[in-house]
Design a protein around this ligand. Structure first.
Ligand SMILES: C[S@@+](CC[C@H](N)C(=O)[O-])C[C@H]1O[C@@H](n2cnc3c(N)ncnc32)[C@H](O)[C@@H]1O
Length: 297
């Protein structure tokens, strides 16, 4: 209780810009309650704002120790600070983020950030099919990180049976309300794919979902197993000029084009399209992105 009060007061001080006083109070809160993950995490943020990198790292480590599921995403802050190597996003962090975001997701993304991921995927899939003179109609599709269902909305007329997979129960609730999915699963997308039989899908989509996946190769290998011969996987990524994967300031991974190509090849898929296109804006500027379509031979 006493630690809670100090935490609340520290948040007020943080908002008012008195960072040093806020840090003092948070330290007191963590002395009273050493397992208080939110207090450690906020202390880490404030120390970072104060330019105290090493102390920030220590606080973020304490936050993660106090909450091994890492709902606050302290491990991501540690990666950004260069204190730890790049690794997967904590599942509990992604779930909490999108559960919180779900009620305002579509307004925030579509209206404020000009989100166009599903429309870009749709165009890319139509072009990939036109190039081999095949109709863009798919019997069974899987929507990875389906969110509220925007990708299924874009592909509704071209798909018979949609399965949606998402970590966030609140996002899944909204996807269910669209009535577009025959099946919805609250699951990690890699695990969801692992549960599917071989050659059981004709199309796999991931619109603005690979930005939460550090290692594409693992997911693409599983997708290759689940796709029927001739089936497609289409996804968007954020990208950067270098090679490899980086974690951006916005806590989303960005994949270099060369590592995307390598992951596609490693999974035994054939690259059908890789277009440099942006799926959303930030500060009214397009975020560099890729739209990728790969085919199971
Ligand atoms: C930015 S939203 C995009 C949603 C939707 N595809 C769209 O185009 O509007 C990303 C979604 O991916 C989900 N997600 C992130 N990582 C995931 C994972 N490892 N497994 C399943 N879903 C994940 C999030 O919960 C969120 O709903």
């Amino acid at each position: 209780m006493i630690a809670d009060r100090r935490f609340d007061f520290a948040r007020d001080l943080q908002l008012k810009g008195d960072l040093a006083a806020a840090a003092d109070l948070l330290l007191q809160a963590t002395e009273l309650a050493p397992g208080f993950a939110s207090a450690w995490f906020t202390l880490g943020e404030i120390r970072e704002q104060l330019g105290a990198r090493d102390e920030a790292i220590a606080a973020f480590r304490k936050a993660r120790d106090a909450d091994p599921e890492d709902r606050h995403g302290a491990s991501l802050r540690l990666m950004l600070l260069g204190a730890e190597p790049l690794s997967d996003m904590p599942t509990a962090y992604v779930r909490a983020l999108f559960d919180q975001y779900a009620p305002r997701f579509e307004t925030a993304l579509v209206d404020d950030l000009g989100y166009r991921g599903p429309a870009l995927l749709f165009k890319a899939v139509l072009s990939a099919r036109a190039a081999i003179r095949k109709p863009a109609f798919f019997k069974r599709a899987i929507d990875l990180g389906c969110g509220t269902g925007l990708a299924a909305t874009a592909f509704a007329k071209e798909v018979d049976h949609f399965i949606g997979i998402d970590l966030s129960p609140r996002m899944i609730e909204r996807a269910r309300a669209t009535g577009l999915y025959a099946q919805l699963e609250v699951a990690d997308m890699l695990q969801g794919l692992r549960d599917k039989p071989d050659t059981s899908a004709d199309l796999i989509l991931a619109a603005d979902a690979m930005v939460y996946v550090s290692t594409l190769a693992r997911l693409l290998r599983e997708a290759a197993r689940v796709l029927a011969p001739g089936g497609l996987i289409a996804f968007t990524t954020e990208t950067h000029d270098g090679d490899g994967v980086i974690l951006g300031e916005g806590l989303r991974y960005a994949h270099g084009a060369a590592c995307v190509r390598a992951a596609v090849a490693e999974a035994g898929l054939a690259l059908s399209r890789l277009d440099v296109l942006s799926a959303r804006n930030e500060d009214n500027t397009p975020v560099p992105g890729l739209v990728v379509v790969a085919t199971k031979p």
